[in-house]
Ligand binder design. Structure first.
Ligand code: HEC
Length: 440
């Protein structure tokens, strides 16, 4: 049964990584009780505890840990009930936690960063019914043959037949209890994955049956999905807002999580596979975009420069450039290996919510929270401070609805965007309105 084996493999994964290591219990105390106030950007008492170097360097009162000597370590002293200051400030750690920290320091305070990759314990939640008026289209995806458009409208998966006049509704599929946040077709077009709150389903496109239901052991919303080129491996992101964004590599047919890593400090909004399948880009609320090796989940690069949430990422045709759309009202195009901002797009007046790049790299389309967007062609690399001729830009005719997601055909002749009112709006390749798809 898929769910059981999925949960089982997750358990094995966590137990394997936790094998006999005394540093884990102590570092979990730091992670769960301390780092919230002792991290870059929020270093209370001048102390940062998210790396061993910073921990040893200490805060306003000098080194916080003397490896091998717990009694001489400020980090242990502050845990004592009557110490001033007392840590954590408004709480007394249970004696086992303090003992773990003490033993760990005495054993040399060996750093084990794998605790930061552990999934938090899944908290039970009670779901309430979604209001009927809430019908946003949070995700859309064109099938690889461009004959079908999958649309996530609130908790319903709708599939439209693009080959017929009027683009009729072909499938109307329930099963998600919460809004569907993410969609992805496998490259061979045989599978469609949908992600929602702790819920990841894979549909067999030939029968439209739900063949896998994964994710009850996932932590939060499955905010982004990407299939690998083998059609059987799926990358999915989830996490806890403000705390973590995890990427899971999943063999969906076996219902097995192959790997999980903490990729960001906050919600991941975008995941895209490079055209050669070797790397995976992620963009998140922690303002960063990152590039991962798909084979081993190792970080290849990160792209730092946005000042607010990164809401979408997209590669150009040969993955030499990565575009990012952000709540900071900018769209940036980065040199993937130089890590530099090569092109600056966007008018700094409106939040850019989604991105799609045609496979030949000729057109990059973005949508905005105000119901507009742009098609950019012939991007010019940024030299100096000149912002005037960055690309040829054609604006999408506005629709006066928040747009969440976008897709573009390979020939760049049709653009689809999902809106807050439940409609999918269409434009032609020069940005002219070209109709809309309503529910039925
Ligand atoms: C709610 C926020 C908060 C949490 C959680 C917290 N601290 Fe602190 N910490 C502070 C503040 C504020 C100070 C500065 C206190 C002062 O100087 O009076 C501080 C100071 C310290 C210092 C002294 C640093 C120096 O050099 O002056 C140490 C050591 C320390 N904390 C360790 C910890 C440990 C270990 C934990 C977890 C068990 C922890 N803190 C959890 C807020 C926090």
């Amino acid at each position: 049964m898929s769910f059981r084996s999925f949960a089982g493999s997750l358990f094995i994964l966590l137990t394997l990584s936790a094998r006999a290591d005394s540093s884990l219990p102590a570092m979990r105390v730091l992670r769960d009780e301390c780092i919230g106030c002792h991290k870059p950007g929020k270093a209370k008492g001048g102390l940062i505890l998210n790396t061993r170097e910073k921990m040893l360097k200490g805060g306003d009162n000098g080194p916080s840990v003397v490896p091998g000597k717990a009694a001489d370590s400020l980090l242990l002293q502050v845990l004592a009930r009557d110490n001033d200051p007392h840590m954590p400030p408004k709480k007394q750690l249970d004696p086992a936690a303090a003992a773990a920290v003490q033993a760990w320091i005495n054993e040399g305070a060996v750093w084990n960063a794998s605790v930061f990759d552990e999934l938090p314990a899944v908290q039970p939640v009670t779901l309430t019914a979604m209001p009927a008026s809430y019908q946003p289209v949070l995700a859309i995806a064109l099938s690889p043959d461009e004959k079908s458009l999958a649309v996530a409208r609130a908790n319903i998966l709708c599939v439209y037949d693009l080959t017929k006049p009027g683009r009729p509704l072909d499938q109307h599929l329930g099963g998600h209890t919460e809004a569907i946040q993410s969609l992805a077709w496998s490259p061979d077009g045989k599978w469609l994955a949908t992600g929602g709150f702790r819920c990841l389903k894979v549909w067999d496109v030939s029968t439209w049956r739900e063949v896998k239901n994964l994710g009850s052991s996932l932590v939060g919303n499955i905010t982004a999905l990407a299939f690998a080129q083998d059609n059987t491996t799926l990358f999915a992101s989830d996490g806890q807002p403000g705390v973590s964004g995890f990427i899971h590599r999943i063999a969906f047919e076996e219902g097995k999580i192959l790997a999980t890593w903490k990729a960001h400090e906050d919600t991941i909004y975008g995941l895209r596979l490079s055209p050669d399948g070797k790397s995976l880009a992620s963009g998140a609320a922690d303002k960063l975009a990152k590039l991962w090796n798909t084979a081993d989940g190792k970080l290849i690069a990160f792209y730092e420069g946005h000042t607010n949430h990164v809401l979408a990422v997209a590669f150009n045709k040969d993955a030499t450039q990565l575009a990012t759309a952000s709540a900071d009202k900018e769209v940036k195009v980065w040199g993937v290996s130089s890590r530099e901002q090569e092109v600056m797009l966007g008018d700094k007046k409106v939040v850019y919510t989604a991105l799609a790049w045609t496979p030949d790299g000729a057109a990059l389309v973005t949508t905005t929270e105000k119901g507009g967007g742009s098609i950019y062609r012939e991007l010019v690399r940024h030299t100096g401070d000149q912002r005037s001729d960055t690309a040829k830009e054609q604006k999408l005719e506005g629709v006066n609805q928040m747009l969440y997601c976008v897709a573009i055909t390979k020939d760049a002749k049709t653009i689809f965007a999902g809106a807050h009112d439940g409609t999918v709006y269409l434009w032609n390749g020069s940005g002219r309105s070209a109709g809309k798809i309503v529910e039925r």
